[in-house]
Design a protein around this ligand. Structure first.
Ligand code: FDA
Length: 415
């Protein structure tokens, strides 16, 4: 005879940011709830986030439309959840636990100590809610049950035994960093119940370029500077004022991570090294009577550009013959070409560093098939999706964790 399943009002698969948040709230509402996770060590993404300090939310989310900060086929889907449980609500929880935090820039809130404090806070909230934990738990099968007397609607077979539950919450996250437990489980489960998946792709990820080393750009590795970066056009256009980082294998830094969430293969990206100056105009209009060399002129016009970058720029075959010429003697066509090359450096990425190095996944469970107020499936009553497994990808800067907290609270209050 097979053993009787453990019954829980709600089972949550995935004990990451969203899963723990939901479990704590459901338990504190007085319902039986269990977290199942295949990882032995939980909260690993929180631990490594924000360089170990966890950028847990962003103040810019409070007091306005949150949808511009999210990439999705339906960005307006986030509006209800983010006003239902706001960045300020999460900050209050952090403060209630006595966790010191600070704002870095652009509204980004980080722990002043360690990301471990956020994990401890969520664990403590789960303890208060009497949440059951099953870590190192392999999920073998999930099936829907016919209507039962005890209200059970799903059965879960796992290496920790047989479970059944009235509500099943999928909180298995995206595909970023498989080394710490990311899997496609949530997408497979969603498909099993008839959901469609927007193709998951690496987001918030460094970009790569063909012939990077041969073009001499690898020599700029380590240089970081503020730029304006763009991609796409019309409705799909995106632009960010952030820092760019040159690497041995391509480009990274916040500017590139942000634009990577919008970049589509085959499209180019454009970098403006001097967003406040029309360099072509400044070079042409300012040259009259100037005895200084062209390279000195460029340095004066763009004092924030690192020497190494300017040297490399002026060493390009088109500009090198003029670098030591008197500015006044350089033809306008060449000055325009030089100015435009710095204001509109256009590159064609060949790809990205992939899920291994990504901070998020764009795509996921199609939110058209999910209720925005409860996170419940429109196709299967009692089935919920929260956090990054959905087709919701936040900007860099605490937006992804806030989505995890807010979507978790909506589901927790609805089950
Ligand atoms: P999350 O990934 O947190 O949790 C999913 C859980 O499901 C994991 O515990 C996993 O083990 C489990 N799971 C997966 N497959 C399973 C299976 N088959 N069976 C059982 N369990 C399974 N965001 C932000 O806002 N600020 C920041 O500072 C950062 N920094 C950052 C750095 C790095 C390096 C990364 C990779 C990511 C970030 N992020 C971030 C993004 C943020 O970490 C992410 O969006 C949230 O953790 C998503 O929360 P979820 O709960 O949805 O998934």
């Amino acid at each position: 005879m097979s053993p009787l399943p453990h019954f829980f009002h709600t089972l949550i698969i995935g004990a990451g940011a969203a899963g723990m948040m939901a479990a704590a709230r459901i338990g504190q509402r007085g319902f039986s709830v269990a977290l199942l996770d295949h990882a032995v060590k939980i909260g690993e993404k929180i631990r490594i986030s924000g360089g170990g300090r966890c950028n847990f939310t962003n103040r810019h989310l409070d007091g306005g439309d949150a949808s511009p900060y999210y990439v999705s086929q339906q960005p307006r889907f986030v509006r209800h959840a983010l006003s239902r449980f706001s960045a300020q609500d999460f900050v209050q929880l952090v403060e209630a636990h006595g966790i010191a935090y600070h704002e870095k820039h652009k509204g980004q809130l980080f722990c002043s100590g360690s990301a471990q404090e956020i994990i401890a806070m969520l664990q403590e909230e789960c303890r208060k809610g009497g949440v059951s934990w099953h870590t190192g738990c392999r999920i073998d099968a999930v099936c829907a049950l016919p209507e039962q007397a005890d209200g059970a609607r799903f059965e879960i077979r796992s290496s920790s035994g047989l479970f059944c539950c009235r509500n099943l919450i999928t909180a298995t996250g995206g595909l970023a960093v498989p080394a710490i437990g990311a899997t496609a489980f949530g997408y497979e489960l969603a498909k099993q119940f008839g959901h469609s998946i927007i193709t998951p792709e690496a987001a918030l990820v460094p970009l790569r370029f063909e012939n990077w080393t041969e073009s001499g750009l690898a020599a700029l590795s380590g240089i970081a500077l503020p730029v304006c970066i763009r991609t796409g056009s019309g409705k799909t256009a995106a632009a960010f004022d952030e820092d760019l980082l040159f690497r041995h294998k391509g480009l990274s830094g916040p500017a590139v991570l942000q634009i990577s969430s919008y970049w589509q293969p085959g499209n180019s990206i454009t970098v403006d090294f001097a967003p406040d100056t029309d360099l072509a105009a400044a070079l042409c209009h300012g040259k009259s009577g100037q005895k200084i060399q062209l390279n000195t002129a460029i340095r004066q016009l763009c004092p924030h550009l690192p020497e190494r970058l300017l040297d490399c720029w002026l060493a390009q075959p088109a500009f090198a013959p003029y670098a030591a010429h008197k500015w006044a003697d350089v033809p306008n066509t060449l000055l325009q070409q030089l100015g435009r090359s710095l204001n509109e450096w256009t590159l064609l990425p060949s790809g990205s560093d992939g899920h291994k190095k990504a901070e998020a996944t764009r795509g996921g469970v199609n939110v058209k098939e999910i209720h925005p107020k409860t996170m419940e499936s429109r196709l299967r009553p009692g089935l919920y999706f929260i956090g990054e497994v959905m087709d919701i990808t936040g900007w860099l800067g605490g937006y992804n964790f806030q989505w995890a907290w807010s979507s978790a609270v909506c589901a927790a209050d609805a089950v």
